[in-house]
Design a protein around this ligand. Structure first.
Ligand code: NAD
Ligand code: WQD
Length: 337
């Protein structure tokens, strides 16, 4: 199979490209490198012992997509390309709707023109919004999102649902990721945020390596066992493997279906700090700070639908998440640079 992976040079994309190459698929990566380095793809190719085609370009660029679909016989598209910083999205909503929503619409139009009908979309647990009961289950109505980023993911799911209704040959799966962390076990690829990290684990890892002095824990007074927020952390390689299972499932003519990809278990911020300290042997200085706007107290996945229908479940736990994060960070103190 030949798979187009948009955003394939990024964090989750690069791990998925590796898994695809290793199972023998041909891969074309389209990435505008707005939040990634091509070095990730070079390392993926080295690990896989096999090349991917790399196209530097934008999903909003129709001519680029047309050329790409004309030059390569694509069987399915995995669409990671997006802007993903929640806080930034509240300051730049138009950029987020343009890049994420319009970018997806342009991509779908060019897929239709090229007669490519299989599509996997990177959705997010954030589409459940602030009122959904925990654990999140796919039958809960989505909505009530708390940021333009979250709303962009929600809007794209609606676009996919409506397009699948209108075009019976269109097969699409929205994968709702919970909190992806960790790195490939080689330590050659991993998460390399630009600037100060927004997400918990890259922040902890940069404190451990000495790039940041201490962690601020956002809120110690939540209604959770230790007062800090609980999230469902999922190892990025488990997540990558979920895409392979979803690709297999698309062959069964799915219409539009959404699946949670999570571990089904919540860990608090303090538990994450402790687990990282155990794996790395480093002490993480931290201070309890005020709550961060928009954070929910606790959520995790009901991942039983993916288990039943995709034959997918996580196989790596918190120890592997921490070990692999630290392995990547300590081998690459400055990321890909
Ligand atoms: P990332 O920023 O590392 O990867 C996204 C990639 O897309 C980057 O390489 C970037 O250069 C590229 N890109 C952005 N806009 C583009 C455009 N218009 N054209 C071409 N390339 C473009 O992010 P990630 O963490 O790997 O996330 C991948 C996907 O998963 C995103 O859609 C994100 O919203 C979604 N997601 C991420 C998380 C998370 O916590 N990391 C959770 C849920 C969902
Ligand atoms: C995890 C926990 C913070 C940083 C975000 C998006 C979500 C999805 C995944 C894309 C929270 C706490 C964090 C820090 C802290 N992305 N924290 N100090 O907010 O659950 O999810 O990324 O779809 O849409 O919202 O992840 O890693 O930012 O935070 O105490 O410096 O760590 O308050 O409880 P979050 P996160």
């Amino acid at each position: 199979m030949a798979i187009l992976v948009t955003g394939g040079a990024g964090y989750i994309g690069s791990h998925t490209v590796l898994a695809l190459l290793q199972r023998g698929d041909d891969v074309v990566v389209l990435d505008n490198l707005s939040n990634a380095s091509q070095e990730s793809i070079r390392r993926v190719e080295k690990l896989a012992g096999k090349s991917a085609v790399f196209v530097e370009g934008d999903v909003l660029d129709r001519a680029c997509l047309r050329d790409l679909f004309a030059a390569h016989q694509i069987d399915a598209v995995i669409h990671f390309a997006a802007l993903k910083a929640v806080g930034e999205s509240t300051r730049k909503p138009l950029e987020y709707y343009e890049n994420n929503v319009s970018g997806t619409v342009v991509l779908l139009e060019e897929m239709r023109a090229a007669n490519v009908w299989n599509f996997i979309f990177s959705s997010s647990a954030t589409v459940y919004g602030e009122h959904a009961p925990v654990p999140y289950v796919e039958t809960t109505q989505i909505g009530g999102t708390t940021s333009p980023y979250g709303t962009s993911k929600l809007m794209i799911e609606w676009v996919l649902r409506d397009f699948a209704k209108a075009e019976p040959q269109f097969n699409t799966i929205a994968l709702r990721y919970f909190n992806p962390v960790g790195a490939h076990e080689s330590g050659e690829i991993g998460e390399d945020p630009s600037g100060i990290p927004n997400n918990l684990l890259p922040y902890i890892a940069q404190v451990a390596i000495g790039r940041l002095p201490q962690l601020g824990v956002f809120g110690g007074d939540y209604p959770t066992p230790d007062g800090t927020c609980q999230r469902d952390y999922i190892h990025v390689m488990d997540l990558a493997e979920g895409h392979l299972k979803a690709l297999d499932h698309l062959a069964k003519n799915t219409g539009y279906t959404a699946y949670n990809l999570g571990a089904g278990k919540g860990y608090s911020v303090l538990e994450m700090i402790k687990a990282f300290e155990k794996a790395s042997g480093k002490t993480i200085p931290f201070e309890i700070k005020p709550r961060r706007a928009g954070d929910l107290a606790a959520f995790w996945a009901d991942a039983s639908l993916a288990d039943r229908e995709l034959d997918w479940r996580v196989s790596r736990g918190i120890d592997e998440m921490m070990r692999d994060t630290w392995n990547w960070q300590s081998k690459n103190p400055n990321g890909f640079n």
